[in-house]
Design a protein around this ligand. Sequence first.
Ligand SMILES: [Zn+2]
Length: 403
Amino acid sequence: MVAMTAPTHNSSLGSVRAGGSTAALRVANQRRVIDALRTGDATASITQADIARTAGLAPATVSNIVRELLLAGVVETVSGPGRGTAVLISRRAGLIAGLDIGHRHLRMAIGDLAGRVLAEHRLPLAPDHPFTQGLDMAEEMLEQLLGELQAARADVLAVGMGLPAPIDAAGLVAAASILPGWVGVDARAEAAARFGCPVHLDNDANLGALAEHRIGAGAGHDCMVYLKVSSGVGAGLILDGRLFHGGAGTAGEIGHLTVDSNGPICRCGSRGCLEAYTSVGAVGDMLHQQHPNAAMKELVAAAQEGDVAVRRTFEDVGSHLGWGVAMLANLINPSALVIGGDMAQAGDFLLDSVRGGVRRHALASVSSTLTLTVSSLGDRSGVIGALLLALDHTEVILPAAVS
Ligand SMILES: [Zn+2]
């Protein structure tokens, strides 16, 4: 199943207390300490006092549990400057991997069971690659990263994986023209067979939303939208703190809102979709005469040097996106909208006109309360989201549960 469920490491404490046995309480308290350590934030330095506060446990209880977990090799301690001894989930407790497959790249990160990234790598990928080639490369990259960490395949407990296409409730790539080499493929089963562990699959914009909401520019906003503008244009929606997948798993396809029903043919087969005016490919086509085959980085540099055509194109893209954002914002009233993907490199050249478009087309109460910003995780939001997806589905095995 594609739909992301609530983090499985949040165990039901109420029933444990009601049960009342000492062993069950011990497991529950261990779980609370572990949960306090699983922030997904690579920079977090968490002390025993922090754990006591977030887990709602007495300092002496935390101290006992940390000792048990240390003995079992589940956590380790690190003396940090200033704030006392930090407690970390040990690498020996297991590893997870995040895999972000794009139209033109493949990126993988290996993390520990707190969601901290330990190693990461990126490679270019041919746009119309067959899925077997994508998975071959992913497997090689996994071997390489594990080699860097002196870890083994068996250490990897789960893989989170993102694909730049709508993924239906059955876990299949749902749109024939969008990621041709993967159509009808059960990507999760194929990847699980390669990696030898459970694989959790979602759309790339959904994973970007997960990452930006948890540790990026959307942190603290329980109703937020991540808008990915790259080769494709799609949105990941966080509603009431959770990813929203829709009835068939493909919510957020904002790129296929119709701007002009007589407009250019879109790769989805329809006409005049938002994506046909705002994707990186559309920008490349618009600027083909002035800047043939230019990368986004080069176009942004040209805009900074005052290139009128590039600035005007970014402005037009921003206005169109602003219209699309306004449609979505009027419906769901998010408090934050985070723009990511390659187009986000255009920064204020884009954002100013997105804001203008939102002001023009959304209700004042909606636009005036919307924080609009670019992604803080940049081109890593997809892979970090994939890692967090794996994290949410992977339990730390507790010593009390084993004994
Ligand atoms: Zn379309």
